[in-house]
Design a protein around this ligand. Sequence first.
Ligand code: CA2
Length: 156
Amino acid sequence: MAPGEGGTVTTVLLLNGPNLNLLGLRNPEVYGSTTLADVEQAVTNLGASLGVEVRAAQSNSEGGMVDHVHEARHLDGIVINPGAYAHTSYAIRDAIEAVPVPCVEVHISNIHAREEFRHTSVLSPVVDGFICGCGVFGYELALRALVQRIAERSPG
Ligand code: CA2
């Protein structure tokens, strides 16, 4: 059953990683002036229009991120901005691989146009979609892509 068609509610996790709680409060030249609360509200509103419930979470710790990914095994999908853990965390990568729900990774900035250490995401081989460089609008693109992935997996 496609999202919004009735039956069981489609629920997804919107998970943001370290320092993203500072969004809109510092470094506006890189990340813009939209706050994390604004992003979570915009994604929640888009989700409502698509028939999808969005649960938002943010953690500054690697273990906290892993725990949130594990908890999402009971949900239908994950939109994740892992922050700098994208470049280093095999633990978050393993968690995503272990949880059998679709996952779309998003980065606000174009990580390929920044310092060399940001050019690679160790998560990207295990996610179902990857969006970067679209600003905070990327979160809405990621939710739309995730909903499409969920629909593709649904029987019928
Ligand atoms: O572009 C992205 O979304 C990033 O995931 C953001 C991470 C960065 O480490 C990644 O390479 C790319 C950093 C988030 C830090 O966010 C801040 C926001 C405002 C002020 C300070 C940090």
